[in-house]
Design a protein around this ligand. Structure first.
Ligand code: PLP
Length: 456
């Protein structure tokens, strides 16, 4: 019915085309890509969405281009000039050089589960447990893949058999459609929602835990609001009041705090993991790559009796982190442990970025503006944020360079450069915020912006 369909090239001719001659890909993969392109074109021709056939050489060139895209390393490095320190889409906390070196050293054969002293089999966690516990200020700690995994295992293990009580006001959706209550329930844990969106009272929790009920809940789950705030006619029960109730009923209080600050030079409004434990949480769950400033990991910190039950559950095996994560986490913990000798600022990129003074940022921004042949009026004071679901609404004063040019087109050229630069668009201009750029990246940033500017 459409002779373009009949003119589509034979597969052998595509595969023999010069464009695909030397490509370093298995032939079945090359064929699969070509077949899927031909298939899509066939459908488009049938549906009248395309009218022209394609010749073998053009199709082969497209296949080669697709394979070339696939070969590009991913995820790869970008310069985060967004002003959002913990940008989930940009990989959250940047690792320290010590963490990178430690992970690289562990990447080959390593002493993950052997004690070199005695030669006997060891545990991948045992050696780090006392160190991490001391740094966090907890009796015990267990490490899993991420905070979502910590939530899953803590609720599955400690919430059995009656489920966890959770205020409707804390049923947070974090990013990408993930909801805390759904993750907590994913291992079969019952979620006993209490209260209302804006107001939950102690009596609501008491009722859910009442032994006179048919099936009282087995734990209390308290969730950090992370990325939003409630104002107006609102009421939540203090963590310490929940702790007293949990103790009276003999059930654990699980606090999912998300960001997991260990203190140091971070804004004091976000309590530390230790502060949540002191306030009475039995188990605190936190991410490794938010305010901790390390690799993606989930910390389960708290009393040994509770943490041990989690550690010994079969699910712990499915959620355990790999050797490179543990190595990077170890290096990150050491940086927190050493802050008395590093001026109160952990030797971690995140904490150094928070510590940068406005004067330092201004000096760097002026130098960048000068290299871009922009005047000092391109240097603007802006607000950066910590991000990563920590300290919602908190602003960190910062300094940016405002780039001239059509914002969306320039932003795209910056993203497609090497290295990619991700800025933010404000008032129809691209801003590169220096708060989230390591000073060692300033030269590269200037070169990348100059290169993107030449594309105009
Ligand atoms: C970020 C966050 C999570 C998820 O943490 P991941 O480490 O990304 O899995 C869970 N709960 C809260 C409250 C959070 O802020």
């Amino acid at each position: 019915m459409n002779d373009a369909l009949a003119r589509l090239p034979k597969m052998d001719r595509v595969l023999d085309a010069p464009a695909l001659a030397g490509v370093p890909w298995r032939r079945d993969i090359v064929r699969r890509v070509a077949e899927s392109m031909l298939g899509a074109l066939r459908v488009a021709l049938r549906e009248g969405k395309a009218t022209e056939a394609i010749d073998a050489e053009t199709l082969a060139a497209r296949v080669a281009a697709t394979l070339e895209t696939w070969s590009t390393p991913h995820p790869t490095r970008v310069i985060n000039a967004t002003g959002v320190l913990l940008h989930t889409n940009l990989g959250r906390a940047p690792w320290s050089q010590a963490a990178i070196d430690a992970a690289a050293a562990a990447a080959g054969a390593c002493d993950l589960e052997v004690e070199l002293d005695s030669g006997v089999r060891g545990s991948r966690f045992a050696w780090m447990r006392p160190l991490l516990s001391a740094v966090i200020g907890a009796e015990d700690v267990h490490v899993v893949n991420n905070n979502a995994a910590a939530l899953l295992i803590a609720c599955t293990v400690l919430g059995a058999p009656g489920g966890v009580v959770l205020s409707h006001g804390q049923m947070v959706e974090i990013g990408d459609g993930f909801r805390v209550a759904t993750m907590a329930a994913a291992g079969g844990c019952r979620i006993v929602g209490v209260g209302s969106t804006n107001r939950t009272h102690l009596a609501d929790y008491e009722a859910a835990l009442d032994p006179a009920r048919g099936a009282p809940a087995s734990a209390i789950l308290w969730v950090h609001l992370s990325n939003f705030e409630q104002h107006g006619y609102v009421a939540e029960v203090e963590l310490s009041a929940l702790a007293a109730l949990a103790r009276a009923r003999g059930v654990p209080l699980i606090a999912d705090v998300g960001s997991g600050s260990l203190g140091g030079n971070l804004p004091g409004r976000e309590p530390t993991v230790a502060a949540y434990l002191e306030a009475g949480a039995d188990v605190v769950l936190a991410s490794g790559d938010k305010l901790l400033g390390g690799p993606q990991a989930g910390l389960v910190a708290g009393g040994t009796a509770w943490v041990d039950r989690i550690r010994k559950h079969p699910m712990a095996r499915a959620l355990r982190p790999d050797k490179t994560t543990l190595a990077a986490l170890h290096a990150t913990a050491l940086a927190h442990a050493a802050i008395d000798t590093t001026g109160g600022v952990p030797a971690l990129p995140l904490h150094r970025m928070v510590a940068a003074t406005m004067d330092e940022l201004r000096t760097r921004a002026r130098a960048l503006a000068a290299r871009l042949q922009l005047g000092d009026d391109a240097v603007v004071e802006v607000d950066a944020t910590i991000g990563g679901g920590s300290l919602p609404g908190d602003r960190l004063a910062s300094v940016a360079v405002r780039l001239p040019g059509r914002a969306s087109a320039l932003a795209r050229r910056l993203r497609l450069g090497t290295p990619a630069v991700v800025g933010r668009i404000e008032d129809d201009a691209v801003l590169v915020d220096l708060r989230t750029v390591a000073p060692a990246q300033d030269d590269e940033l200037a070169a990348a912006v100059l290169a993107a500017g030449r594309g105009t």
